[in-house]
Ligand binder design. Structure first.
Ligand code: MG
Length: 162
């Protein structure tokens, strides 16, 4: 019998644009730039949604929330995450834990990581201890290193509901 767990991974990136903050993990992080995006451009939430959708083998966030749909203009990406979690629950799966890595030179993530974990945990209905938010730079290499944009990776583990 197969073990009653499933794993998924997600990735997202957005270019910086004019603005004074970036939304990351549902937290409004002050910055000298914003992000170019149809929704609120929250790369952490988008990567996490794709991780959950991936674990469910239900496609990707672009299929569930098409950028061409005017409903998602400027949308709060937390609703995307909550929807993905509902899709999991409807299929008998619970989120066990999630691990995120944000990739950028700036803004600094550390001061906001605890707030992000609390929001992500709330939206997934799990404990803060089951949500990890880490950050790294790319040592000035590539598009994140040149501060052209910001990226995020996520992994989520699902387990069968008891
Ligand atoms: Mg995105």
């Amino acid at each position: 019998m197969k073990p009653a767990i499933r794993i998924g991974q997600g990735f997202d990136a957005h270019a910086f644009a004019d603005g004074d903050h970036v939304m990351l993990g549902g937290v409004r992080v002050p910055h000298t730039r914003g992000v170019a995006a149809h929704s609120d451009g929250d790369v952490a939430l988008h990567a996490l949604c794709d991780a959950i959708l991936g674990a469910l083998a239900l496609g990707d966030i672009g299929q569930h929330f098409p950028p061409s749909d005017p409903r998602w203009r400027g949308a709060d990406s937390r609703q995307f995450l909550r929807h993905c979690v509902e899709l999991a629950h409807a299929r008998g799966w619970m989120v066990g834990n999630a691990d995120l890595t944000l990739i950028c030179e700036r803004p600094k993530i550390g001061p906001h990581a605890a707030a992000m974990r609390a929001i992500l945990a709330e939206d997934m209905g799990i404990a803060i201890d089951d949500v990890s938010v880490k950050a790294t730079t790319t040592e000035r290499m590539g598009y994140t290193g040149r501060e052209e944009g910001i990226a995020a990776m996520a992994v989520a583990l699902l387990h069968a509901a008891a």
